[in-house]
Design a binder for this molecule. Sequence first.
Ligand code: ACO
Length: 371
Amino acid sequence: MVKAGLEDIVAATSTICDVNGKEGRLIYQGYDIHDLAKHSSFEEVVYLLWYGRLPTKTELETISRDLRGNRKLPDEVVSAMRSFPKTANPMDVLRTAVSVLSMYDPEVSDKSREANVRKAIRLTAKLPTIVAYWDRIRNNKELLAPNEDCNLATNFLFLLKGEMPADVEAKSLDLALILHADHELNASTFAARVAAATETDIYSTIVAAIGTLAGPLHGGANQEVIKMLLKIGEPSNVESFIKKMLEEHKKVMGFGHRVYKTEDPRAWHLRQMSEALGKRVGDTKWYEMSRKIEELVLADKGLYANVDFYSASVYYMLGIPIDLFTPIFACSRMAGWAAHVLEQYSNNRLIRPRAEYTGPNNLEYVAVEKR
Ligand code: ACO
């Protein structure tokens, strides 16, 4: 019997990430996400995911320096972006810009692990620049040179807003990047691994992953969550709005998960962050509304909030435009995609499953003029 959506099918062995859906645990290379959220940085998590262990101080300095030094985009890529329609969706821009980038990387077809790590560094460093630059290009704003003196999260907010973020803002984004960095065989990572298994180049694998993440059942859900919160408008409207959605069997975005059957451990951190950022700006409305929605959906459907639910209000309170929420997810998941692509390349076999044929048989061919 074929299980729709490959539910519970184990399709690879991997040392990178373990999702324990029953206990609500998430592990990167042996480390619990709660410990990483408390002590680590996005740059350190990148190293951990790619090399399978925490870096020494020197190794962390080296990877951080490499990530800082590769933020600039080739002029040709910026020119290509300037030629895109200003109405283009940022995920489409990101996917296309990564494709264009590949043509300006002289190492694109070098298949050694060393070259692939260098390309992964370039991609991880450049994705945030593409996202921030696109927002400025479409708003006719000047493009700033990347700041090479700060971490990836701080530089992204600087490039986007044109000023250095407050510490708490940069720290919140850094934590969000840690939490989104990997999640086992989620749809976009699986797409990347399928592409990698054909031995195509790493850029092509990331293009496949970005296109897959864009869907509203995957990374696109965070944008739908904030649109819903804005539509609800006030805490007093939550109950009637959500009850109506549930009665009409509509999906409440940001809830449910194929693997987690209890609370998503990432949602716990994002919930705290949403409350803290709300208090900071003196408006906890989005947090309060989110809490109420959580209660209603859990009571009615037994469904818990997933990573996309609270990341929505967090990014909104960081002043990030709504259609950049999913591209930011991509900037973080780039770390996980690269880890899985490197792992796939290192022990590869073409991924080629079968389909159970359920179509007709033995039909007689009828000439076109007789149909
Ligand atoms: N709101 C209301 N009902 C839901 C929701 C939801 N968010 N999610 C699942 N259900 C219900 C379904 O309607 C279905 O009910 P039924 O059996 O009565 O028809 C049942 O729960 C099972 O749902 P499926 O969609 O079959 O579950 P699946 O494992 O295929 O999907 C998914 C998981 C895609 C995450 C789903 O829960 C969903 O669509 N959630 C909303 C979108 C979302 O938040 N996506 C982000 C996921 S996290 C990530 O990708 C980063």
